[in-house]
Design a protein around this ligand. Structure first.
Ligand code: FES
Length: 234
């Protein structure tokens, strides 16, 4: 059996390996599909739906949907791009994202996607929910106003003895991120920084670190999100 699977993405012929997801195959072929909750190396949760594509007329989260021979994927088409933009807008109105005062501004994936989709005023009304800013042990601060419940931290941050430090609490609109302060305090410095870096927004912050990267040198000051994958089409 051949180890190469042929698919098309927006009509472009691509090759993929068995077991790859559509998003992984797209990236391997130099095609960027916007994503938010997914993080390289972590099992995808498929929770944000920003990566939605259309396959055979059905909507699928490309970060969890596996490739198959002859699959025709639609991705960079106007209605899907607008749906992604609407999801990003919803995330903005469901929280309180004060970008100019956020440590992660310029390094924030949600903000970078909003710029990518040229978001100006969201089409949904702001909800202005009441959220807390909570200390999480001696090293971290939880800015619940900005949490988008991607659960990257719950999946990817554990103690040496494999205990989860973060996890979801409650359901639906009440859902929030729980952190065990004792376990968070016991995280080695490298992992505390990792928790902050894995958070796509500015919800998990390392205490005593403020605006460490000057404007102009932040990740998305240098290049827009996705430009590391996108290559000029021949
Ligand atoms: Fe695929 Fe969030 S990146 S569902």
């Amino acid at each position: 059996m051949s180890n190469i699977i042929k698919i098309t993405i927006d009509g472009r012929e691509c090759t993929a390996r068995p077991g790859q997801t559509v998003l992984e195959a797209a990236a391997a072929n130099g095609i960027y599909i916007p994503s938010l909750c997914r993080f390289e190396g972590l099992k995808p949760a498929g929770s944000c739906r920003v990566c939605t594509v259309r396959v055979g007329g059905r909507y699928q989260a490309s970060c969890t949907f596996p490739v198959s021979e002859g699959m025709a994927v639609e991705s960079a088409v106007p209605d899907l791009e607008d749906m992604r933009k609407a999801i990003v807008e919803m995330l903005f109105v469901e929280g309180n994202h004060m970008c100019p005062t956020c440590e992660k501004s310029g390094n924030c994936e949600l903000q970078a996607l909003a710029y990518r989709f040229r978001m100006l005023v969201p089409r949904f009304p702001y909800l202005f929910p009441k959220k807390a800013v909570e200390p999480a042990g001696s090293k971290l601060l939880m800015e619940q106003n900005r949490c988008i419940k991607c659960l990257r931290c719950a999946t990817g941050i554990r103690t040496k003895d494999n205990k989860k430090v973060f996890g979801p609490l409650h359901r639906s609109v009440e859902k929030k991120l729980f952190v065990d302060p004792a376990l968070a305090s016991a995280l080695p410095e490298r992992w505390a920084r990792k928790a902050m870096d894995r958070c796509p927004v500015g919800c998990i912050l390392r205490k005593e670190v403020g605006f460490a990267v000057p404007v102009g040198r932040r990740k998305y000051d240098k290049a827009p999100i996705g430009s590391d994958i996108e290559k000029p089409r021949s």
